[in-house]
Design a protein around this ligand. Structure first.
Ligand code: ZN
Length: 509
């Protein structure tokens, strides 16, 4: 076989099966697990370009055919190459160029492997957060692994599995809930982290964070871990290897959880924040510092404990402060056309830019509201660059009654079948507004209903008044894109949003 051999093979008995695999388009990586240990043999073939992963000693079910993936990888094909070998083939999209030397392969264990492709699939730049399209996300094929324990295990509660280990570079001290997500304080050296995503046997998404050369602080209890916060049902922490020592954190997510990014800090600790919320954007320090109670019977690992993160007084949560109101009888609508200036927002079919579409729609909305005697301000009136926080600040300073952010959606260009309307809220008062917008727009515009959803967009979190963010269609959608660029449709959409806002205002006492 011609190609670049990245890994050698070891003999293995040919009775174990391929248990599960998943291609994560967001991370551009393949994760798979086998019933027994395996040394994958990875080759790169061109014309057409594809990555071939042979698993010596592994059998597979005949029913495993092609799975369409989308993005950089067009499809994953699993076949029995010969009686002794399972072959996984990642067919690359022709417009995706890949340097095979950049392909990284590593074993989480001898039975769980990650094949990481360079680069990542482009994602929508949107209001500070990209929501993955869970409804149509690539799911692993159900594998008929009769009699075999599915991997990874189901986790139904917080758990900690601690095992005494010798000296390690890093000690995990707990998990703190913060205003923006979670912070995992550590002592000792900068955490060495590997992250992958998978699903448990119930198809719940899991994020697995391995900390290398690390130990769990003695005395840390499952009760000290967050439970049911921000869409993460359970945390499991275990000392899954002792020589060399390594910790595995498994986060089990519910269907509404955002995807999370894992950022280790050189100064110690690991941020777990929604994708799109970079730790540098986090203004509020950890609000609670849950330190494990050190058990004096157990000798702590002999390394220097660094001081805890500076515990400054957290800023009061904006959502809990009373909304500033305009003078009695005055209603003010703050409209927020997304992006602008140097930030085009999502770019879709034919180079269609979100920033232009949403400005045009917002201007129509403003005109309709003003014709009804409603005062309107806009966070931008032209193609200008405005940051996210100033948009929220404008609404606060103007004592706006409601805040409505207008965006257009996107997935990658290989998903033209994804079309429709979504409206987001963060607070409970925002939910009522979001529902009113979604209902009114759906009643007048022929669009696919993708639902009203809660999300942690910055402009929704930092505004005290009822706030909603409407995604008026997909610039990458074959159905939506031609409408989004049509000035007549933009006017209708602007009018529909205005009517939705009026419906909401009339429903309020
Ligand atoms: Zn946007």
């Amino acid at each position: 076989m011609a190609g670049v051999c990245l890994f050698g093979s070891l003999p293995a008995k040919a009775s174990a099966r391929l248990q599960a695999w998943e291609f994560d388009t967001g991370q551009n990586r393949l994760v798979f697990s086998t019933e027994s240990g395996v040394e994958p043999q990875v080759s790169w073939l061109s014309n057409p370009q594809r990555l071939v992963i042979d698993l010596p000693g592994i059998l597979t079910e005949e029913s495993l055919g092609d799975q369409f993936v989308g993005g950089a990888v067009a499809a994953v094909r699993v076949t029995q190459a010969d009686a002794q070998t399972t072959r996984m083939v990642l067919e690359l999209n022709p417009n995706y160029s890949l340097d095979p030397k950049q392909v990284k392969v590593w074993g989480l264990t001898s039975q769980q492997w990650v094949v990481q492709l360079p680069g990542s699939t482009p994602v929508a730049a949107d209001g500070g957060l990209t929501m993955p399209d869970f409804s149509k996300a690539a799911r692993p094929r159900p594998l008929a692994a009769a009699g075999a324990d599915p991997l990874p295990p189901l986790i139904s509660r917080n758990q900690i599995n601690n095992v005494a280990v010798r000296a390690t570079a890093t000690v995990l001290r707990g998990v703190q809930t913060t205003a923006e997500g979670f912070f995992i304080p550590t002592a000792g050296a900068t955490p060495q982290v590997r992250v992958y995503r998978t699903r448990d046997a119930n198809q719940a998404r899991q994020i697995v964070i391995d900390l290398l050369d690390a130990a769990i602080a003695p005395g840390l209890t499952p009760e000290a871990l967050p439970q049911g916060r921000y869409g993460i049902h359970h945390w499991s922490i275990s000392q899954f290897a002792t020589a060399p020592p390594a910790i595995r954190l498994t986060l089990t997510l519910d269907g509404f959880s955002p995807d999370w990014q894992i950022t280790p800090l050189a100064s110690g600790g690991i941020w777990v924040t929604p994708i799109g919320v970079a730790p540098s954007q986090i203004a509020t320090p950890p609000t609670t510092v849950v330190l494990p109670v050190l058990n004096p019977v157990v000798t702590p690992p002999p390394i220097a404990q660094s001081p805890p993160p500076t515990a400054t007084v957290p800023a009061p949560a904006i959502a809990s402060t009373p909304a500033p109101r305009p003078a009695q009888g005055q209603v003010l609508v703050m409209l927020d056309p997304g992006h602008g200036g140097v930030d085009p927002g999502a770019v879709g079919i034919g180079g269609l830019q979100e920033k232009g579409v949403v400005l045009a729609v917002a201007q129509h909305t403003a005109a309709v509201l003003r014709a009804q005697g409603i005062a309107v301000q806009m966070t931008r009136q032209s193609d200008q660059t405005v940051d996210l926080q100033p948009r929220a600040d404008m609404a606060t300073a103007a004592r706006a009654t409601v805040f409505v952010s207008i965006h257009a959606n996107a997935v990658n260009m290989q998903r033209p079948e994804v079309n429709g309307l979504e409206t987001y809220y963060y607070s409970e008062t925002g939910q009522v507004l979001a529902a009113a917008l979604q209902r009114q727009v759906l009643s007048t515009m022929a669009m696919n209903d993708r639902g009203v959803r809660q999300a942690r967009f910055l402009v929704l979190r930092r505004t005290a008044m009822p706030a909603a963010l409407i995604e008026i269609g997909f610039v990458t959608g074959a159905t939506d894109a031609p409408k989004l660029r049509d000035p007549r449709w933009q006017a209708q959409m602007g009018q529909a949003i205005a009517q939705g806002i009026l419906n909401y205002l009339r429903s309020q006492p």
